[in-house]
Design a protein around this ligand. Structure first.
Ligand SMILES: Nc1ncnc2c1ncn2[C@@H]1O[C@H](COP(=O)(O)OP(=O)(O)OP(=O)(O)O)[C@@H](O)[C@H]1O
Length: 328
């Protein structure tokens, strides 16, 4: 089965005063039609940079994609023109962000903001777009849709604004919806409602979702497949159940141990020792070696390849390489 999204060897670097930041380093990622893939990892590991690269939204002034291919529905997005990319972003690709307030225009009504992309990308008349906007507000579960369409962003709560962002994102029936920490700024009950809404959209419209989060609880609820990132690199790829049942990479194991478990009392919640490495001074070693409790000699000098286990799982860790390969 061909994937809707197929990213190969993608690297995105930022310029900073300290030097070059390898925000995304040889990323591999696949999303099939109608499936939810979660990218998970600590803050700064490159999740957003990966998503922004896929959308071709890395601002030229601060960084760029330096290598790799980004295939979406049979097209290499690195090769399409800016104009074509803009069209794709309104039609087939859509993105929702953590802070809905900063993505909405404070001086336009909610209705106008939903209508704008519909008129531009689908060529609907103003009247038809108005009717569709009201339909979309109802679809994302907001009552009194007509009234809401006339209100301004500051009049709505954070949860309602995120629903509006979702309405805008799905207005053109995208094939891929990228959600970058869409519930982080919301309280837990609203978070659960937004996750329900996204699941409903996925089930009813068969929209593929690339979901970015640092929250393993959200991963467990949303993902079909999980991509674990560490310091710009993919360290593990797995179907969700297998990942939780038997995490392979020591980093994934650490992330899972850091999560509170119901019915299990622990004196102190585990946290992975040490810190994410400085992204401007990454060497040849495994980037996780100095935080890893299973570190081998080779980990200090050579990076492990991301190896396909043939069972739907991939892991980049010397522990899973043959002794003859790791030379020990
Ligand atoms: N505009 C920028 N200029 C320089 N460095 C940047 C820029 N944006 C991101 N970075 C760096 O790129 C790396 C990856 O950042 P990114 O935002 O993709 O991580 P993330 O995993 O999404 O984190 P978070 O969960 O905090 O959003 C980090 O080291 C970050 O400091």
């Amino acid at each position: 089965m061909n994937a809707l999204v197929e990213i190969q060897n993608l690297s995105t670097y930022f310029k900073s005063e300290q030097g070059v930041v390898k925000a995304v380093d040889a990323l591999e990622l696949r999303v099939h039609e109608g499936e939810t893939v979660c990218i998970v990892g600590e803050s700064g590991c490159g999740k957003s940079a990966a998503a922004m690269s896929l959308m071709r939204l890395i601002p030229e002034a601060v960084g760029s994609i330096v290598s790799g291919e980004i295939w979406f529905a049979g097209r290499d997005l690195r090769k399409v023109s800016k104009e074509e990319m803009r069209k794709l972003r309104g039609n087939e690709l859509a993105m929702i962000f953590q802070e809905p307030m900063s993505s909405l225009n404070p001086v336009l009504t909610i209705g106008e903001q939903i209508m704008e992309p519909i008129m531009e990308h689908q060529g609907l008349s103003k009247k038809a777009a108005q009717a569709r906007a009201i339909e979309l507000i109802e679809l994302v579960g907001i009552p009194r849709a007509k009234e809401i369409a006339k209100s301004y962003p500051y009049e709505l709560s954070g949860g309602m604004l995120q629903r509006i962002m979702i309405a805008i994102a799905i207005s053109c029936n995208p094939r891929l919806l990228i959600a970058d920490e869409p519930t982080t700024a919301l309280d837990v009950t609203i978070q659960a409602q937004i996750l329900d809404l996204l699941r409903k959209i996925k089930d009813e419209a068969q929209t593929a979702i690339l979901f970015i989060t640092h929250d393993l609880g959200v991963v467990a609820e949303m993902a079909d497949h999980v991509v674990v990132m560490y310091a710009g690199k993919v360290v593990e790829v797995s179907p969700v159940v297998e990942l939780f049942e038997e995490p392979k990479h020591p980093y994934t194991q650490g992330l899972l141990r850091s999560k509170p478990v119901l019915n299990q009392r622990r004196a102190k919640l585990y946290s992975i020792p040490g810190q994410v490495p400085n992204p401007t001074t990454l060497g040849e070693s495994c980037y996780f070696h100095d935080r890893c409790d299973q570190c081998l000699d080779i980990c200090r000098v050579k990076q492990p390849p991301l190896r396909d286990g043939g069972d739907g799982r991939k892991v980049a860790c010397w522990l899973y390489e043959e002794e003859s390969v790791r030379g020990q």
